[in-house]
Ligand binder design. Structure first.
Ligand code: F6R
Length: 242
């Protein structure tokens, strides 16, 4: 793993965006794996600025997102499809038909996961996967568990994740209890991974992921085995590492 230390969130966001922009410039029809959540918002803002200044062209870029809440459609402002449209897709010249998020409206989880796995197989290898990390070490919605899941599957969100994500909802009761997520195998098959982490609430999980044992109890620790994983983290997120 390569670790890039930054002073703050702004620097982290610029550096992550520069790497993604280089990927798009080198391979204009690249397949990006994308994440939602607060961590990559600044990265997406920087990508939008590069597009607006004429330095980046998304017209041939293709994308697959990591995860989606079960039960939420794209018009629900808490869905991850809505998030992606708002923070990136509607602000750049990406072809919406080239963007993919698991379909939260399909309540038959086997059907939903099989459809997304088929889509991932059809799209081919992810060139660059963007990740955040949960305070419990999750990546995508791969929660701490006794095994690493290979492919897209349906998860029961842990209480820690419900607590962490309730800030986006009016009431804790509104946070969906289930989600569809790409598996660890899907994530690990990406050619390059860029994980962004900021803030003190990520410090313990990041230290466990970077220096602890590789274990499904800290899903992000599997990145130690990836040949091209880049961790971009600010001082607060790295505060438990030294
Ligand atoms: C989101 C995702 C999650 C988040 C993680 C961190 O698509 O896959 O793993 O990256 O929960 O969330 P934030 O960035 O909101 O702290």
């Amino acid at each position: 793993m390569k670790l890039i230390r930054t002073k703050n969130y702004e620097e982290l966001s610029r550096k992550a965006a520069n790497i993604i922009a280089a990927q798009i410039t080198l391979k204009p029809d690249c397949l990006l794996g994308l994440a939602t959540g607060s961590s990559p918002i600044g990265t997406y803002d920087n990508l939008v600025s590069m597009y607006e200044s004429g330095n980046l062209d998304f017209s041939r870029v293709r994308s697959v997102n990591l995860d989606e809440y079960m039960g939420l459609g794209g018009d629900n402002d808490q869905s991850y499809r809505y998030f992606m449209n708002k923070h990136l897709f509607e602000r750049v010249n990406i072809d919406m038909t080239n963007t993919h998020v698991p379909d939260g409206t399909v309540l038959d989880s086997e059907k939903a996961c099989a459809a997304y796995n088929a889509l991932l197989a059809e799209m081919g290898t992810i060139d660059l996967q963007v990740l955040g990390i949960g305070p419990n070490g999750h990546i995508g919605f791969n929660e701490p568990d006794d095994h690493f899941a290979a492919e897209t599957h349906c998860v029961d969100l842990t209480d820690a994740t419900i607590q962490a994500n309730k800030r986006f909802f009016e009431n804790e009761a509104d946070v969906p209890r289930k989600a569809y997520t790409m598996g660890i195998g899907n994530i690990m098959s990406a050619k390059m991974i860029v994980l962004v982490a900021n803030g003190k609430n990520k410090a313990k999980a990041l230290a466990a992921a970077l220096k602890g044992p590789v274990t499904p109890q800290c899903p992000a620790s599997i990145l130690q085995f990836h040949p091209n994983a880049i961790i971009i983290a600010d001082e607060d997120a790295l505060s438990e590492l030294e």
